[in-house]
Design a protein around this ligand. Structure first.
Ligand code: ASN
Ligand code: ZN
Length: 332
């Protein structure tokens, strides 16, 4: 037999989920032929090659904990599937390159490896198992972040250094949040935090905060002339902050049970345009205007061009998007 299947996955971070699998002979594979053949492989603590494609006898995968190697495979396959569906359903983009072709994920990379990454060379995502091999970096937001690096590489191709590097990183955080909200998974509700599920700091705090990026102790809330000299994971802060402000507006707010309080650099309030509109603007700017050398001023221009195309120049949505840029010290 051969065919398209819907497997059941017991994930570590997202509860029981349905994942795209396929059947080949008497066994099932983590090969989602409904999404371009996106596959997930087990590196089994190796650090090169593709390891082995996950297979299973009954199409019920993982046990929700790290005691079953397939659990991380479930989370990775699910995160890629959500990200694929998000770009297709919300932005009309099918696949990372927009050509309907799937990528692949590799889990159990190395030992105690506390990172995940996208590589253009393999057109693939790779996930470590985290500290003590206990927290694989396979949460929805991390998967969407890494897969979005593929989308950025295939579109604006923002150079991964200086201000463009910060914008590249922010693009991954912005769509990580957008995918997580869109997924609406009760085990991992949407938020403006990055990596809140993987306990990367060992004290339960997330890796990044989009409402007030400086809460991580390193990222900046607003643009300043030295921003491009920072690591790209900190120079992303102002653009992440733009996305939060544009979506929700300034001030105190609770979304899905998480409290936010977003400051503005000019002290003026910002009215939100809603997350879906902010994401549409960023996606159109990324795919229609931004280039490898786009800096923060260029990103403002690109998003305002996109806002004009989508909502009309001078519309409330356009003006509020511009106010969110002023609130991170870009333009006025
Ligand atoms: N996880 C990191 C990221 O995607 C890996 C890196 O530093 N590029 O940003
Ligand atoms: Zn990144």
């Amino acid at each position: 037999f051969q065919g398209v299947k819907q497997g059941t996955g017991n994930s570590q971070y997202s509860g029981r989920v349905t994942i795209g699998t396929s059947q080949s002979g008497g066994s099932y594979q983590l090969n989602d032929t409904t999404r371009g053949g996106h596959k997930t492989y087990n590196l089994n603590r190796g650090s090169s090659g593709t390891g082995t494609l996950f297979t299973d006898a009954d199409d019920v995968w993982g046990n929700g904990t790290t005691s079953d190697a397939a659990t991380a495979g479930v989370d990775a396959q699910y995160g890629a599937q959500l990200t694929w569906d998000y770009y297709k359903n919300v932005h009309g983009r099918t696949g990372i390159r927009g050509d309907g072709v799937g990528a692949y994920s590799r889990v159990h990379y190395g030992s105690n490896y506390v990172n995940a990454f996208w590589s253009d060379d393999c057109f693939c995502m790779t996930y470590g198992d985290g500290s003590g091999n206990a927290k694989p970096l396979t949460s929805i937001d991390v998967a969407a972040h890494e897969m979005t690096h593929g989308v950025t590489a295939a579109t604006a191709n923002l150079n991964y250094a200086g201000e463009s590097g910060g914008l590249n990183e922010a693009t991954s955080d912005i769509f990580a949040a957008a995918v997580e909200f869109w997924a609406d998974n009760p085990s991992d509700p949407g938020d403006y935090l990055v990596g809140e599920k993987i306990n990367i700091n060992g004290n339960g705090t997330p890796l990044r905060y989009m409402d007030k990026p400086s809460k991580d102790g390193r990222s900046k809330d607003a643009w300043y002339s030295g921003l491009g000299g920072l690591d790209v994971h900190y120079s992303s802060g102002p653009a992440n902050h733009w996305f939060y402000l544009a979506s929700e507006g300034s001030g105190a707010k609770v979304v899905n049970g998480v409290s936010y309080d977003s400051p503005t650099s000019d002290g003026l309030p910002v009215t939100g345009i809603g997350r879906d509109n902010a994401a549409k603007i960023w996606f159109k700017a990324l795919t229609g205007r931004m280039q490898s050398t786009t800096d923060y001023a260029g990103a403002r221009e690109a998003t305002l061009w996109a806002a004009g195309e989508l909502f009309g120049v001078g519309s409330d949505t356009y003006n509020n998007a511009a106010n969110a840029w002023a609130a991170i010290n870009v333009g006025s």
